[in-house]
Design a protein around this ligand. Structure first.
Ligand code: BES
Ligand code: ZN
Ligand code: ZN
Length: 525
């Protein structure tokens, strides 16, 4: 892509996340454009840091609430312009549901909605009076979730809108108010929350970039930059390297495109200096289709509209690699991204073609739109050769998974139930939806080929997410625990959902970060 056509910087594409700080100031005394406090369901007044029930502000908020149909339920917001009577220009009261049911995810949602509203009110400076910890939510976890919610809810993509530079609606800073004894865990939770929110917004930026900007080669350049900044080693395998390695499945998918394919391999090892030895070796493998037209099995015009999203798996891998050093995790992590376009063209893959993969196994290609599994076949073999203790792949793999689980839930399938359970527990903590689908062995009949070892397009549409995962399982052969995440739905929202705007969501980067953190052992704060 000639640079002149795209005079925009590559990253970041969206708004910068607000800078989050922590203090023990009293809610009634801090200046801000918007001051947020929370109301639990069934309670009459919002609790706020250092605010006595007898204070003028507490009374004023009580009067506001009496005039509102608000019950403290989740997703409710009341906005009150204080007209200069109190230090903040506006007060926002956000519902949190029942006090005893408070989870970090509820607070993430409430903060996300408050941040969205604050951005629309053109607020630059926000303060948030943190709710007290409860049986399901520690102070650190609440701060983590609040920080994420604030960054995710205020995200906007303005880069390509020439009439709007976004500055008018950018939330610059947010201050979390807590009692003095909660400062330490709140600071550490907020710091970790900022790392995970930034990683999420990096994925959103990259996935939201059009295919004409983020090509496989551009993705490799970005990965080089990220590797440098985050202490990772990196090697980019280009076309000639893929040929030498026998990765004819990736090469086949790229055959109709003028953009050269590549496989990106990033490696993070804990620094010897910090005395940390790697507890495990993890391989993360991402599908990186910078555009999926379907190839000769061409998609419909509307089916193609969002297909810049098909690189989401690879960008999630990249974003996870970018945080490992900051989190100082004692894990060796390999990030493997199979990057290509899927285009029709004179030399494109044709239905009926047979591909020899790096593993030696052959694939009959009956539908060139089932290209993700072809790319992953080679990428999974490459991953296995790194001798990891576990492999997790991420791919916007099937429309069938969206039919099964709806638009915001990842499908999870794998050969190791402990790994599946651990990832689902991490998803729960991260506030991301993930549901297990079965890997029924007898469904293998549906992908049996008459001419090769396996065919890429099953005999029926039914159970498409399962047959896709069974296909991948053919390429994980040495007994290493393996899990596949089908993120076709949650990676990209076609309409706004809660505090998440239309477009890329960053899912499931928060789950993976939570999971890797959990492998490192319990936190002290
Ligand atoms: N990238 C698509 C899957 C997809 C569809 C992701 C919609 C996000 C939203 C994938 O490459 C694909 O086209 N899969 C086919 C497989 C079929 C031909 C066996 C599908 O799901 O229809
Ligand atoms: Zn496809
Ligand atoms: Zn695809």
């Amino acid at each position: 892509m000639p640079e002149a056509l795209h005079p925009f910087g590559l990253v970041p594409a969206g708004t910068q996340p607000p800078r989050v700080t922590v203090s023990s100031s009293s809610f009634g005394s801090v200046k801000a454009d918007v001051a947020v406090c929370f109301l639990f369901e069934g309670e009459k007044t919002p609790a706020a840091n250092g605010l006595s029930a007898a204070s003028a502000l507490a009374k004023a908020l009580g009067v506001v609430l009496r005039g509102e149909p608000m019950k403290g339920k989740r997703k409710e917001l009341a906005v009150w312009p204080s007209a200069g009577r109190f230090p903040a220009s506006r007060y926002v009261i956000a519902g949190l549901g029942r006090r005893g049911d408070l989870t970090p995810d509820r607070l993430r949602e409430a903060c996300g909605l408050a941040a969205r509203r604050a951005a629309l009110l053109r607020a630059k400076r926000l303060v948030v009076s943190m709710p007290p910890p409860g049986p399901h939510a520690s102070a650190a976890d609440l701060a983590h979730a609040a920080t994420e919610g604030l960054a995710l809810g205020s995200y906007r993509l303005t880069k390509y809108q020439t009439q709007d530079d976004g500055s008018a609606e950018t939330l610059k800073s947010a201050e979390l108010l807590v009692p003095r004894d909660a400062m330490k865990p709140t600071l550490s939770g907020a710091a970790r929350g900022a790392i995970s929110a930034n990683a999420t917004n990096l994925v959103r930026d990259l996935v939201n970039e059009p295919a004409m900007v983020v090509t496989p080669a551009r993705m490799a350049e970005i990965a080089q930059k990220v590797a440098k900044e985050s202490g990772c080693d990196i090697r980019v395998y280009e076309r000639k390297d893929l040929e030498r390695l026998g990765m004819r499945a990736i090469l086949g998918v790229s055959a109709g495109s003028t953009q050269p394919p590549c496989l990106i391999h990033m490696i993070y090892k804990p620094r010897a200096r910090s005395g940390r030895k790697a507890l495990r070796r993890i391989a993360l493998v991402g599908k990186g289709l910078t555009f999926d037209s379907g190839g000769l099995s061409l998609k419909t015009a509307s089916g193609m509209e969002t297909m810049k999203l098909d690189k989401a798996g690879a960008t999630v891998v990249l974003a996870v690699m970018s945080v490992l050093k900051k989190l100082d995790l004692p894990l060796e992590v390999h990030g493997i991204m199979g990057m290509t376009e899927n285009m029709p063209g004179g030399s494109a893959l044709k239905p009926g073609d047979v591909l020899h993969t790096m593993s030696g196994r052959t694939i009959e290609v009956l539908n060139t739109d089932a290209e993700g599994r072809l790319v992953l076949a080679d990428a999974l073999e490459f991953a296995q050769q790194q001798k990891p203790d576990q492999i997790i792949d991420l791919a916007t793999l099937t429309g069938a998974c969206m039919v099964a689980l709806g638009p915001s839930c990842s499908g999870i399938l794998g050969t190791d139930q402990t790994l599946v359970d651990d990832l689902m527990a991490a998803a729960e903590r991260a506030g991301e939806k993930m549901w297990q689908l079965p890997l029924y062995e007898d469904y293998r009949d549906l992908i049996r080929s008459d001419v090769a070892d396996v065919k890429n397009s099953p005999s029926t549409r039914y159970g498409g997410a399962i047959t896709a995962a069974l296909f991948l399982k053919n390429f994980v052969t040495n007994g290493v625990p393996w899990v596949h995440l089908d993120i076709a739905g949650p990676a990209f929202f076609e309409s706004e959902q809660g505090y998440m705007r239309k477009g890329a969501t960053g899912a499931p980067v928060r789950t993976l970060i939570q999971y890797l953190e959990s492998l490192a052992g319990p936190r002290t704060v």
